[in-house]
Ligand binder design. Structure first.
Ligand code: PLP
Length: 426
């Protein structure tokens, strides 16, 4: 496969942009390679500068659940941009999307829109701290909640991939109040809450982890977490930036029937444009300025194009058939990959929730970050390259989830299984 133009672009980019990329994991450093430069995308496919087509399981890291550039969304964008790009003033679309988000997430009585998932989690935690008057927070090893200073501890994903779980430039005083528990281990949480009675403002969690690869919650883990938070007056924050409208229209909270106190959203709810949102119980969200004393603002927050495109995306996704279809494709992929691995005698663990999945090269069940870290990375890298050489694009890291979209066909799934077979029998 030709990569001449991508190679030239990457060399040029590195002269102007740190590492040639605007987000670290895009650099392909961890798979000892260089990224193809993507120039367009449609449906389930992305196309690079050398005109190679790839069946895409990255989906812009989650947002592209309808596939890339769906005509219906492009039409909405076209119509709305004629009215202007940004006003810095309230718009009717903000009300419509807020109502739609609240319908999908009944735990959110009030919702504030921001520009990214990072802003959403950072702001939600500020509000939880303001509301409780406490400062310590609990997060889980391997969960990523964006790159706010105090959250860059055991942060999974890019940070874990780069082998620098804690970022330089973050004063230790900023992370002193960030306490780390083990995902799927309620006792590890209880230990912390017992050590710091009445000091924990909130617990933030990816209810299905996506940033240590895909790791689902074990039975009752989230329910026990909910009970503990209620008992100790701790604000429970579900970071559903990735799982929101992905594992179900109403996110993991709908799927597992758990009501968090606050929720963070992003990715899918922007339909491909930059968006984040946080919200929750009325009395907590009434802490936010201008109603309450917790400050949070944004020049481009509630951007009219992001709101219009996000709203249409949510309206399309509210059709339950979409999630049945995604579950069907996901289960076929899982079954196919498992069968191939079994025949090849290759021990693997496939974690999947709906259209979100990961392949771990290990013979043990992966239920937390330690397990994910122990899986064989060399085998993953080999698989990654085999996929890419055969025009299948998965995330360039063993610590990322894959995403199936509405645009993936059953033929696409079958081809992926076939290519996987090629990788294991090579
Ligand atoms: N929270 C989760 C669960 C995420 O997966 C991400 C990004 O991948 C974020 C927060 C941060 O979102 P953003 O990259 O939009 O700032």
């Amino acid at each position: 496969m030709q990569h001449e133009l991508s190679h030239k672009l990457f060399a040029e980019a590195q002269k102007h942009i740190p590492g040639g990329v605007n987000s670290p994991v895009r650099a392909f450093k961890n798979v000892n390679s260089e990224p193809p430069y993507i120039i367009r995308a449609k449906g389930a496919y992305v196309y690079d500068a050398d005109n190679n087509a790839y069946l895409d399981y990255v989906g812009s890291w989650g947002p592209a659940i309808l596939g890339h550039a769906p005509d219906e969304i492009l039409n909405v964008l076209n119509q709305n941009m004629k009215n202007g790009l940004s006003f810095g003033a309230p718009t009717p679309k903000e009300i419509e999307i807020a109502k739609t988000v609240k319908d999908a997430y009944p735990s959110m009585n009030l919702v504030r829109f921001v520009n990214s998932g990072t802003e959403a989690t950072m702001s939600a935690i500020r509000v939880a701290r303001g509301y409780t008057g406490r400062y310590k927070i609990i997060k889980f090893d391997g969960c990523y909640h964006g790159h706010a200073d105090f959250l860059l501890v055991k942060a999974g994903s890019g940070a874990a991939t780069c082998g620098t779980p804690d970022s330089k430039g973050v004063p230790s005083s900023f992370t002193a109040d960030t306490l780390i528990a083990t995902f799927n281990d309620i006792d590890s949480v209880k230990k912390i809450t017992d050590t710091y009675p009445n000091e924990i403002a909130c617990i933030i969690i990816e209810p299905v982890v996506g940033n240590m690869g895909c790791i689902p919650p074990e039975k009752n883990f989230l329910r026990n977490l909910r009970k503990l938070c209620t008992k100790k007056d701790i604000v429970l924050i579900f970071d559903e930036v990735m799982t929101g409208c992905r594992v179900a229209y109403g996110g993991a909270q709908e799927l597992y029937d758990i009501k968090p106190d606050m929720t963070c959203l992003g990715k899918i709810i922007g339909g491909g444009l930059p968006v984040g949102a946080y919200g929750g119980k009325k009395e907590i969200m009434e802490m936010v300025a201008p109603v309450g004393p917790v400050y949070q603002a944004g020049t481009l927050s509630g951007n009219p194009l992001a709101m219009a495109v996000g709203l249409r995306t949510l309206q399309i996704l509210s059709d339950n058939h979409i999630y049945q279809d995604l579950e069907h494709k996901g289960s076929l992929l899982e079954k196919g990959l498992k069968e191939v691995a079994k025949k090849a005698g290759e021990p693997i663990c496939i974690n999947r929730v709906g259209s979100m999945f990961s392949i771990f090269f290990t013979d043990e069940k992966v239920i937390n970050a330690d397990h994910a870290r122990k899986a064989n990375k060399d085998k993953f890298i080999k698989l990654f390259h085999h996929f890419l050489d055969n025009h299948v694009y998965i995330a360039p890291s063993p610590f990322e989830a894959g995403f199936i979209s509405v645009a993936h066909t059953l033929d696409d799934i079958e081809r992926t299984i076939h290519v996987f077979k090629g990788a294991l029998t090579k």
